[in-house]
Ligand binder design. Sequence first.
Ligand SMILES: C[S@@+](CC[C@H](N)C(=O)[O-])C[C@H]1O[C@@H](n2cnc3c(N)ncnc32)[C@H](O)[C@@H]1O
Ligand code: SF4
Ligand code: SF4
Length: 326
Amino acid sequence: MGKTHPLKPFYDVIDTGNPKEKWERLPEFPRIIELEITNHCNFQCVMCKTGNGQAKRDRGYMSEEIYQKLIDELAGMESQTAIKFVGQGEPTLHPAFLTYVMKAKEKGIVCHLTNNGSMMNDQFMEELIDTGIDSVKFSFQGVSRDGYKLLRIRDDFEELLGKIEKLYKLRGERQYPFITIGTSVLTETEAEIAAFRKRCESICDKTEIGITTLEYIDLELISDTGRRDEMKVIKQEQKECLRRYNCCHQIFDVLTLHWNGNICACCADNDEVMVLGNIKEMTLKECWDCEKEKSWRRILAERRYEALPLCKDCYDIYGWTYSENK
Ligand SMILES: C[S@@+](CC[C@H](N)C(=O)[O-])C[C@H]1O[C@@H](n2cnc3c(N)ncnc32)[C@H](O)[C@@H]1O
Ligand code: SF4
Ligand code: SF4
C-alpha cells in the first residue's frame, strides 16, 4: 500500500471550504508556517521572479536568533503547526538548513522541504534522512529534458531524476521522508505527461503536475524563436482566461516568515506589501490575532479581493489546490 503524505491532515482542511467558511472555522494559530530561510538561489529559472531577477527584495539568510524564536513559539503551542521550508529562494543553500530541520524535528514539528535538487549529493541525502524530515519535494518544469531546459535553463533533467532515485532507495522501507516529484506543464500532451508519471512511479511516492504560469516570464530570454512565439500565445491566453478568484489558501490558515524576520499574511508576498510585523518584535500569535490581519480576513471572507493590492490579481484560473501548488 502507498504511503500517506505526512501533511495530508493539514492540506485536507486548508483545501476545504469557501473563504467565508474558512473564516468561520479559523484556527487559534496558523496550521502551517511557510518558511523562507533564504531568498538566494543558484538557478535562473525564467518563469520565477527570483530566477529572472524581477524580485527586488534584499537577499539574505535567516539568523539562528530568528529561527530559534520560531521554534520556541511553535513548541509552546498546544496545536500542531507544520513548517514548510520553501519561500522565494532555495532553502537547501542555507548553511544551517540541516541543523534547522533537526531543531524542529527535536520538538516534534512536522517538516516539509521544496527544493531544486542541486544540493543533493550522497552525504547531504544521508544527513537529510537523519534529520527525520517528513516530506521532500523536488521541483521540475516540463516532463522532458527539453521542457525542463527551456524554463530551468539547465540540462540536468536526467541527473535530477537519478538523484531522486538514489534518495528513494536510501530511504528504503523507512516511513519518511515522503518523496514527491512536482512539475508544471505548458503544451505537453497527455501522452507525454503519462510517460513522465510512469517514469516517476518507481522513484517517488507521489507525482504532482501543475500548470506553468507565464505571468513573470520575459519571453525575450527564450532563444528558440518557435517556442517563444508559442509561449507568447499561451501567455496571452493565460491573461484572458476566464478568471475566478482564488479561495485564498493563506490568510485563514497560514503565516509566512521571511528570512529577515518579517511575518507576512501571504506566501505570494514577495514584495512585502502585507507585512504584519517582525518576529524580533512580535510573536506569530500576536500577528495572527492582530487587527490588520483580522481586517484583511474580513475583506477576503466578503470576497472584496480588489480592496487589497496583492489579492486583486490573485486568480485561480487552473483550479489549483494548496497542496499541489506548494
Ligand atoms: C519559488 S520555488 C522555491 C523552492 C525551490 N527553489 C524550488 O525550485 O523548488 C517554489 C516552487 O514554485 C514553482 N514555480 C516557480 N515559478 C513558477 C511558475 N511560474 N509556474 C509554476 N510553478 C512555478 C517551482 O517549480 C517550485 O516548485
Ligand atoms: S523556481 Fe526555485 S530554483 Fe528556480 S529560480 Fe525560483 S527559487 Fe530558484
Ligand atoms: S494574494 Fe490574497 S487572496 Fe491570494 S492567497 Fe494571498 S492573501 Fe489570499
